[in-house]
Ligand binder design. Structure first.
Ligand code: TYD
Length: 429
C-alpha cells in the first residue's frame, strides 16, 4: 500500500499551512472542498530505470464562493504537463474520432450558412483529429498546440498547425498572418489552462464579429452527480459550469449563448460563447436555473460530493482486497490520466493490480505515476486476460464492451467504480 497519501492518518496537505489560495478568475479566497492527497502528474509515465524523485503535489479542489468557479487549489507548471512528450492522442478512441468528425462537419454546415469564407481555428488541436475533415473539405483552418510531437504528426497529414499556447499574442499573430476566425474551437483544453483571462482576451482579438467560440470540457454537474472524482487531476485545473463560464465570458465582453450536454468522457458540456448581441438559447437559461436549484456552487453541495468520494474509496479498496484474497487476478483496463487519481487516492498498487493494459505504444514498458504499476500492451490472446478488469477507462465503456465480447463470454468480469462500485459482466448495463 502507498502510505504517503490521504489514507495515512498522519497525512496533512503541505499547502494548507501556506498562503490562502486565490481564485484564478476573481482573486477572492478559495475554500478547499475536497482533498485527494499527494498525487503525481497524471500523464507522467515513468521509465523503470528512472530513479529521480517523482514530482508530487497536493490535489485539492477549491470553490470560489464569490464567482462560483471550481478549480484546483495547487497547480503543476504547464510546461511540465504539455510538452513534446505529451502521450495523449485524441485518435485513440474510435468513438472520439467519430465525435470530432461529426462536430467539425456540423460546425462547418452552420458556417456555410453564415460565412462565405469560414476560417476555423482550434487550440489544443492534439493530433489534428478535429481538423482533418475540414482540411479534406478544403476549409481554411489552423491548429495550435504546445505538444510539438503531436503538431508534427498533424502537419505530416496535411493539417495546417503550429506549436504554441493560445493567448492574446498568438491571437494577434494569427490575425495578421490570416484573418479573423469565424469559429474558434477547443476540446478538453480550456479546463487545462490556468490563466483563462489570457485565452478570453485572445478570443476577443481573433474572433470575427459574428463568430463563435465553441468548446467542450468535463461538466461539474456530471462529476458531482456520478461522483466522478477521477476527472480531478493535475491537467484539469478548472471544473466549469454554465454559470461560471457566463461570468468569465462577460468579464471579457462576451457571453455564453448556448450550452449542450454531451455524453463524451463521462459527461461534458459544449459551450458556445459569442459577442453579447447574439441571441442566447433557452437551453442556457434552463441550465443556469438548474445549477442554481442544485446549489452546484455551494460548500454544502460540494461537501456532500466529498463524502461520496470518501465512501467510494472505502468500497473500492475493500472490494479489490476481497477479490485479491480470493485469488482473482485483476488488471487495469487502460492507463488513463484519470487512473492516476483513483489509484493514488485509494492506495492501489501492484500488490492489488498487477498490471495495466493500454493501447498507447509510448506507455508500454513504463510505470503508472505514483503507484509504479507496470503498463503493458493488451495480451494478444484472451486466454491471457485476467479474471477481472478494473475499468479505468469507464468513460469509453460502450466502445470497450463492444471490443471485448470474448472476455465476457469466457466469464471475465468488470469492476467499475463510477457511478458506483460494481462487479459486472456488462459494463454498459
Ligand atoms: P481517455 O479516457 O480517453 O483519457 P484520459 O487519459 O485523459 O483519462 O483514455 C485514454 C487512454 O486509454 C489511452 O492511454 C488509451 C487508453 N485506451 C485503451 O487502452 N483502450 C481503449 O479501448 C480506450 C478507449 C482507451
Amino acid at each position: 500500500m502507498i502510505m504517503d497519501d490521504a489514507r495515512d492518518p498522519n497525512y496533512r496537505p503541505s499547502k494548507m499551512a501556506k498562503r490562502p489560495p486565490k481564485c484564478r478568475i476573481c482573486d477572492a479566497g478559495l475554500h478547499t472542498v475536497l482533498d485527494l492527497g499527494r498525487q503525481p502528474r497524471a500523464d507522467a509515465f515513468r521509465s523503470p530505470d528512472d530513479s529521480t524523485p517523482e514530482y508530487m503535489f497536493d490535489l485539492q479542489l477549491g470553490l470560489c464562493e464569490s464567482c462560483g468557479a471550481v478549480q484546483l487549489v495547487d497547480e503543476v507548471p504547464a510546461e511540465l504537463m504539455f510538452n513534446a512528450s505529451y502521450p495523449f492522442r485524441t485518435s485513440t478512441s474510435q468513438r472520439m474520432q467519430r465525435h470530432f468528425r461529426d462536430t467539425a462537419m456540423s460546425l462547418l454546415k452552420s458556417e456555410v450558412h453564415t460565412h462565405t469564407k469560414p476560417f476555423m481555428v482550434e487550440f489544443g488541436c492534439n493530433d489534428g483529429t478535429f481538423l482533418t475533415p475540414l482540411a479534406e473539405a478544403g476549409v481554411a483552418h489552423l491548429g495550435v498546440d504546445p505538444a510539438a510531437n503531436l503538431v508534427a504528426e498533424a502537419v505530416s497529414r496535411g493539417i495546417n498547425a503550429q506549436s504554441g499556447w493560445f493567448n492574446a499574442d498568438t491571437a494577434s499573430s494569427i490575425l495578421s498572418a490570416h484573418r479573423s476566425a469565424t469559429v474558434i474551437y477547443a476540446a478538453n483544453t480550456l479546463c487545462h489552462i490556468s490563466d483563462l483571462a489570457s485565452v478570453f482576451v485572445g478570443v476577443d482579438v481573433l474572433l470575427a464579429k459574428d463568430g463563435c467560440f465553441v468548446f467542450e470540457d468535463p461538466y461539474l454537474g456530471d462529476i458531482v452527480e456520478i461522483g466522478a472524482f477521477d476527472q480531478i487531476y493535475d491537467e484539469h485545473i478548472h471544473y466549469f459550469t454554465a454559470t461560471s463560464i457566463d461570468v468569465i465570458a462577460r468579464k471579457h465582453g462576451l457571453a455564453l449563448i448556448d450550452a449542450q450536454p454531451l455524453d463524451t468522457h463521462g459527461g461534458q458540456l459544449r459551450y458556445t460563447v459569442a459577442r453579447p448581441h447574439q441571441k442566447r438559447t433557452k437551453a442556457v437559461e434552463a441550465l443556469l436555473e438548474t445549477e442554481r436549484r442544485m446549489e452546484l456552487h455551494s460548500r454544502a453541495r460540494l461537501g456532500h460530493f466529498a463524502s461520496v468520494v470518501e465512501s467510494r474509496r472505502e468500497e473500492l479498496t475493500s472490494t479489490l482486497e476481497a477479490l485479491s484474497n480470493d485469488g482473482k487476478r485483476i488488471a487495469g483496463y487502460a492507463a488513463t490520466a484519470k487512473s492516476a487519481t483513483v489509484l493514488n487516492y485509494c492506495g492501489i498498487d501492484s500488490a492489488l493490480l498487477s498490471v495495466i493494459y493500454d493501447t498507447t505504444p509510448e506507455k508500454h514498458g513504463r510505470l503508472a505515476p505514483g503507484t509504479g504499476i507496470p503498463i503493458e500492451p493488451f495480451p494478444t490472446s484472451v486466454d491471457d486476460y485476467p479474471d477481472i478488469f478494473l475499468l479505468l477507462a469507464w468513460n469509453h465503456a460502450r466502445e470497450i464492451a463492444a471490443r471485448e465480447p470474448e472476455f465476457a463470454a469466457r466469464g471475465g468480469m468488470w469492476l467499475q467504480y463510477i457511478p458506483g462500485v460494481k462487479l459486472t459482466k456488462d459494463p454498459v448495463a
